[in-house]
Design a protein around this ligand. Structure first.
Ligand code: CMP
Length: 138
């Protein structure tokens, strides 16, 4: 069944000029881009987005990094989009990611790992609504 998920090309990948190549992998894997933009967010906006991780020791580092430069948030659609995007991204730690995955190809470390993807239906709904208004989601 067709499903929507949310993704962010993170500041490390945007800075390196890899956003276009990452988008090409996403499209090649069969995802339709429902909505996309290039923006920057503040540290407190990053804290709101990652609130489920607020007790983690890396929360400060994570939110500092996500507000350190431009990001490309997007809404993607295909059958089984949530699980399929996570497969395409590869493991959170690029050192553990399989060959051919986005993190294996483009990420440098567990903190600066090129791409985010929603991990479940409820988080996808929250994350889409955090970055996109209804009018942007035709
Ligand atoms: P993401 O999928 O965006 O969701 C939470 C993020 O926290 C994750 O990707 C990683 O980039 C980051 N993260 C997870 N573990 C660590 C860690 N040990 N140190 C720094 N960042 C981490």
């Amino acid at each position: 069944m067709s499903e929507r998920t949310f993704s962010i090309i993170k500041p490390d990948a945007v800075k390196k000029g890899d956003a276009g190549a990452i988008l090409a992998e996403i499209v090649k894997a069969g995802f339709k881009i429902v909505s996309i933009k290039k923006i920057s967010i503040s540290k407190s906006q990053a804290e709101g987005f990652y609130h489920v991780h607020s007790a983690r020791p890396f929360f400060g580092e994570l939110t500092e990094f996500m507000s350190s430069g431009a990001i490309v948030p997007m809404v993607l659609e295909k059958d089984n989009a949530i699980a399929d995007l996570r497969k395409l991204m590869g493991a959170t730690d690029p050192a553990k990611a399989e060959a051919g995955t986005i993190r294996k190809m483009f990420a440098a470390s567990i903190g600066e790992n090129a791409i985010h993807g929603s991990d479940a239906e409820d988080t996808a709904a929250f994350e889409i609504g955090y970055f996109f208004a209804g009018l942007e989601l035709k």
